[in-house]
Design a protein around this ligand. Structure first.
Ligand SMILES: [Zn+2]
Length: 284
């Protein structure tokens, strides 16, 4: 099984995690810029963090054979803080960098007018820079927050096929499915979405425009829940090609829209080992 985790905060994980992920078949990750757990007090705090996401962290991942890209943004949780908002003016220079494959995480936390403004401005930046957008949905008032998110996305003029709306559940998946946006699901060890629940959603909505991630950070989370979801799919009767589509080809397709996803360094990423092997082996 080859795995691309499209949303994981490796900054908050140890090298033990990288080793376990590599052993489990995780070949590539995207790390979205997010909140650090305590409020930042100035824009310089963001730029140091962004520099580490496109410099230090790819190096750390590379030591385990894992390809690392990032998404850059002012996150929803800090979008209303006047000490942080000046970072919006610094984002364009990061959105030009090679390892940046989307604008994100953007979207809503508490759905304030300041969050509206930051969300709209950053969707416009995604359009200007030809990048996809990764959109976080709020953990409270999730259905209302998702509806409002989709309205703002529609009004922005961005192609919905270049937008992933993340942290969905059974209720919000249907809303996003009908919008043409990609559906992102974060699989958690205890609360919220689990591998069996994810399998049910795949049965209901199909495999198209679906991204499955671990969203692992410094909270209770598990970087191997992508693998567990793949195993749960196989146990439920999905084929290996279905798993490969959800855990590898879909994230490649979504972030590939940036034109910056370079998979040439990834061992085994070009063709899945199972595809065609049983057909060709007899004659060769
Ligand atoms: Zn996140």
């Amino acid at each position: 099984m080859r795995i691309f985790d499209p949303h994981i905060h490796m900054t908050s994980r140890t090298t033990d995690d990288y080793a376990r992920m590599a052993a489990a078949g995780v070949l590539a990750v995207v790390e979205p810029a997010f909140w650090l757990g305590q409020p930042r007090t100035n824009p310089g705090s963001f730029t140091d963090y962004f520099d580490s996401l496109i410099g230090w962290e790819p190096y750390r991942a590379g030591q385990f054979g894992i390809l690392h890209h990032a998404t850059i943004a002012l996150n929803p949780k800090e979008a209303g803080d006047p000490r942080c908002r000046p970072v919006l003016d610094l984002l364009p220079r990061y959105l030009d960098k090679d390892r940046v494959v989307a604008v994100g995480e953007i979207g809503y936390d508490s759905m304030t007018p300041e969050e509206d403004d930051a969300f709209e401005r950053q969707l416009a930046m995604a359009v200007d820079h030809g990048l996809p957008a990764l959109v976080h949905t709020p953990h409270r008032d999730k259905a209302a927050g998702t509806r409002r998110t989709l309205d703002v996305v529609a009004a922005s003029g961005i192609d919905p096929g270049r937008v992933a709306v993340d942290h969905l559940n059974e209720v919000t998946a249907a809303l996003v499915h009908d919008s043409g946006c990609w559906m992102g699901f974060s699989i958690y060890p205890e609360t919220k979405m689990s591998p069996p629940r994810m399998v049910e959603i795949l049965r209901e909505h199909g495999l198209e425009r679906v991204l499955v991630n671990s969203a692992a950070d410094w909270g209770v989370s598990d970087p191997l829940l992508t693998l567990e979801t793949g195993k749960a799919m196989l146990e439920a009767g999905f084929g290996e090609d279905d798993v490969d589509r959800v855990l590898w080809r879909n994230p490649v397709e979504f972030y590939g829209q940036s034109g910056r996803l370079d998979l040439s360094e990834v061992a085994g990423a070009k063709e899945p080992t199972f595809e065609g092997s049983s057909i060709k082996r007899g004659g060769s």
